[in-house]
Design a protein around this ligand. Sequence first.
Ligand SMILES: O=C(O)CCC(=O)C(=O)O
Ligand SMILES: [Fe+2]
Length: 283
Amino acid sequence: MFGISEFNHLDVAECQQQLAEGKAVVLRGLVNQWPAIDLWSPTYFQKQFPDLEVTIKYFGASNIRTQNTTMQEYVDILQKFKAGEAGTEIPYCHDIPVFLQTQDLLQDIGSFPSSILPSFYQKQWWKFVQFFMSPAGAVTPLHFDTLRTNNLFFQVAGKKRFTLVPWHQRNACRRRGWRWFDHNPEQVQDTDLIEQQSVEINGGDVLIMPAGMLHHVRTLTDSISFNIDYHTKATAFSALTRVIEKMPRENLYYNAVSLLGLAGFMHHDSFFKRYRSYLNYIS
Ligand SMILES: O=C(O)CCC(=O)C(=O)O
Ligand SMILES: [Fe+2]
């Protein structure tokens, strides 16, 4: 049942078993040896990749404001914010497909644990990456991931706290539309009977969450991370059946395309041509 299992080594079968049981997995220090662990910082990105297209998200109580800019400008905004010169809204560089924008970044990644992913994603895993840069204090409110995928999450720099809530608790969490929730797991009332568990992850750690797990994420120290949302045939099929829960039509499309790809009915290139726009889709 629900919970978080921690390991100091990678055993793919063991990870899959935990996920199948509805548990998240933390692999401590799995990517400690990546050059990115020492290299990546806001100033590194500003110097090396000033022209990267960045979406800044400002999370409000019940809305998300977005601003499109460049990495050059984002890091300026971030530094002004940290110096107290840019208001109180926290600028979060959130969900950027950085490796699609510049494959030069791949040089900073050492050995990649692609065996965690279904073979469909292994060769071109970097195409699916979404990147995050955030100052201490940034919060991503409680949600599950858009396509109801599994989530393979890499913490590169700094520390985050994930608070997880199992999928079956979704209707107790004051759901807003398809995937966002007003329930704040950091302000639990005695009357809340919602199961939850927290875990802190540090640079070099990897977190894997099973499909549909709700998560609230607090950046504890200035942070850089990236993730890969991935389906298996089972999770893609299961996501399609959730069309009865106000799932947006776009999701139906991306999940159907994923299932066709995973089941071998669509070549990877034609799959990706159709899936590509998901990586810039905000929902
Ligand atoms: O790290 C965060 O703030 C959000 C991460 C997240 O929601 C995800 O990886 O799906
Ligand atoms: Fe998420």
